[in-house]
Design a protein around this ligand. Structure first.
Ligand code: IPD
Ligand code: CA
Ligand code: CA
Length: 269
C-alpha cells in the first residue's frame, strides 16, 4: 500500500477539492456547447475558481510558501526555500469543447528543485503522484516508465504550438521525423497528463516546445521517479526556463533526442 507523506496529502486534498468544482462545471460546459454565447466566459470562471480553491488549501496548510500559479502569477512567501507551482486546469481547450481530458497539476519546489508532484485527472479519477526518492504512483499502484527499446514500437505524445506560431516550422520538422519512425503520435491536449502517461508507461515518450513551468513541474518529477529521463531538445536541463521538453523511457530518450536534433538542424527558425 502506497503511503503519501503529509505534504502530498495536502496536495491531494487541494486537488480533490478543486476537482469537485471542475467536474460540476464541466457538466455545465457540455450543455453550453449548443448555446449561442458558447462556454468561453464560463470556462475562465471555472479555471479561476479552481485556482482559488487550490490556493486557499495550500496556503492554509503551508502559509509561508511562495506561489507560482498560472492565472495569479508569482507571489513571494516568507519561506524562501519552498514554492508551489500550479496549473489549476491543464487542457483548457479540451474542457472548453466538452472533451473529457484535462487535469490539475501541483508541484512543490524546494531550493529550486521539484521534490513532489501531483497530476489529477478528475474524469477518470486518476491521481498520479510522487515524491523525490520515493517513487511515483497512480492511485495505489507504483509506476514504471515503459520498457520498450525499439523506436518503431513506441507510442509518443506531443503538443503542437497553438498560441505561439513562431516555431511552427521547427515543430512540423520534428513531427515529420517522429511520425513515420514510431508506432504512432498522439496529441491529447494536456501536457501535465502527457508527462504522467510517460511515467505510467502509456506513452513511451513525449515532446513539446514552449511550455510553462506549471505545465511540466509535477509531470517531470513523475517521469523521473518512474525511471524515465527528461531533457530539453538540445539534451540540456533548461526545461523550466525554455519550456522545451523531451521525456522518454531510459532506452528511448537517446534515439529520440538524436532524431529531434537532426530534424531541428534542417528546420528554419
Ligand atoms: C496547455 C496544454 C496543452 C499544451 C499547451 C498548454 P492549458 O495548457 O497543456 O496540451 O499543448 O502548450 O499551454 O492552457 O490548457 O493550461
Ligand atoms: Ca497548462
Ligand atoms: Ca491552465
Amino acid at each position: 500500500m502506497a503511503v503519501r507523506s503529509p505534504v502530498l496529502n495536502v496536495m491531494a486534498n487541494a486537488a480533490l477539492k478543486a476537482a469537485r468544482g471542475l467536474r460540476r462545471d464541466f457538466g455545465e460546459v457540455e450543455q453550453l456547447q449548443v448555446s449561442i454565447k458558447g462556454p468561453g466566459d464560463f470556462v475562465s470562471t471555472a479555471d479561476l475558481r479552481a485556482e482559488r480553491t487550490i490556493k486557499t488549501e495550500l496556503t492554509r496548510a503551508r502559509p509561508g510558501y511562495a506561489l507560482l500559479f498560472e492565472e495569479g502569477g508569482a507571489t513571494q512567501g516568507s519561506d524562501p526555500h519552498h514554492r508551489w507551482i500550479v496549473d489549476p486546469l491543464d487542457g483548457t481547450t479540451n474542457f472548453l469543447h466538452g472533451v473529457p481530458h484535462f487535469c490539475i497539476s501541483i508541484a512543490l519546489e524546494r531550493e529550486g528543485e521539484i521534490v513532489a508532484g501531483l497530476v489529477y485527472d478528475p474524469t477518470r479519477d486518476e491521481m498520479f503522484w510522487g515524491e523525490k526518492g520515493a517513487g511515483a504512483y497512480l492511485n495505489d499502484r507504483r509506476l514504471r516508465a515503459s520498457a520498450r527499446r525499439q523506436v518503431g514500437e513506441a507510442l509518443i505524445g506531443t503538443g503542437m504550438p497553438f498560441r505561439d506560431r513562431a516555431r511552427q516550422d521547427e515543430y512540423l520538422a520534428t513531427l515529420a521525423a517522429v511520425m513515420p519512425a514510431t508506432h504512432g503520435v498522439r496529441r491529447f491536449g494536456a501536457a501535465a497528463l502527457d508527462l504522467a502517461y510517460v511515467a505510467a508507461g502509456r506513452f513511451d515518450g513525449f515532446w513539446e516546445f514552449g511550455l510553462s513551468p506549471w505545465d511540466i513541474a509535477a509531470g517531470m518529477l513523475l517521469v523521473r521517479e518512474a525511471g524515465g529521463y527528461i531533457s530539453d531538445l538540445a539534451g540540456g536541463q533548461t526545461m523550466m526556463t525554455s519550456g522545451d521538453i523531451l521525456a522518454a523511457n531510459d532506452h528511448l530518450h537517446l534515439p529520440l533526442a538524436a532524431m529531434l536534433k537532426e530534424a531541428l538542424r534542417g528546420a528554419t527558425r
